[in-house]
Structures are given as structure tokens and as C-alpha cells.
Design a protein. Sequence first.
Length: 200
Amino acid sequence: MGGVTLRDGELVVERPPNELDELAIAFSRTLSRLGIRHAFVAGYLAILTGRARATDDIDVFVEPLSADEVDELVAVLESEGYWGPAMPLDEMHGNLDAGTNIWVAPEGQMTPHLEVKFPVDEFDRASLDHAITAHVGDATIPVGPLELQIAYKLHLGAQKDFEDAAHLYVLFRESLRTTHLETWVEKLGVTDEYERLQSI
């Protein structure tokens, strides 16, 4: 199976990439080639690091782009065999600009898909601005900082979100930057939930 470690601020996943990882890696390569900053966040990080739960989507923030830049991205995505399962990709900029997520998937496939979004608040922007590198197989992808992902999952409040946070916290407890984690916990107003997490 291989282990998962947080070493020198980088996530190292020692197992072969699965279907979700392959989709994330391929999409990341396309964005990187176009010079578009991005970061994978949310439930995908729990799954990437070994939590066994189902998901249909991979959440990814991309830096705000102009209409022309999005048009260029859409043209490249379509040439590489992607489509929009929920709405046409050529409607991407209007939707992202309005704060609506857009689905991107390999042609003919509904799930798994990527859920692409622009950052809308300081927490989204921090995930993008302070992304760390995750090594998956022979590839690397940028992911949101684990301390913020844990605090944000506590903020979301659903049972699966708490379980995602607990998975990340227990797995990386010794490697997390506690001051960073506690700063986000305070900013997100989840001190009680964090105390619950610490008691696990």
C-alpha cells in the first residue's frame, strides 16, 4: 500500500496513483503548462492520504483568469478530450466569475470529475497562495496547506467533513505546523470542534 508522510513541508504519497489521482495529475499538467496557478483541496486530500470514502469530484481552485485566458484554457481542454458534464465548457468564464463551480471531466464521463472554482474569500486564496507540493507516484500536484484544510473541514461541520479533518489531523499530528492550524481555527471560529479533534 505504501505510506503517506509530510516531510519538509511536502506531502509524499508512496503508492501508485489511482483513478482520481490520474485525473488530478493530468489536469494539473495542463494548468501548469498554461502557467495557471492552482491547488487541489477539500475531500480529495483526505482520500489522497488514504481515507477510504467515496467521492464523485476533485475540488480545485484556479487563480482568477480573464475571459481570454479562460477561452484559451477551454480550447486546450477540449483539444485534450475534456468536456463539461453539467454545462458546456465554453460557459466556463461566466460561471466561474459569478462564483459558480464548473465540472470538467474526460469526454463521456460524469464521474469522477473535477470541480473547478475561483477563490472567493481569504481562505480560498490562502489555499492557492500557500499550496504545498504533493508527490504522487512520479508526479507532483499542488495541494492546499493541510492546516487550513483541517480547520476548514471543521468549519463545514458535516459528519464526513469532521471525519476528513480527523483523518488528516491524526495522520499528520506530529508534522503539522500547530501555530498555523490554530490561527485558522481561530479565524474560522471552530475552537470547540478543534478541542474535540485534539481529544481523539
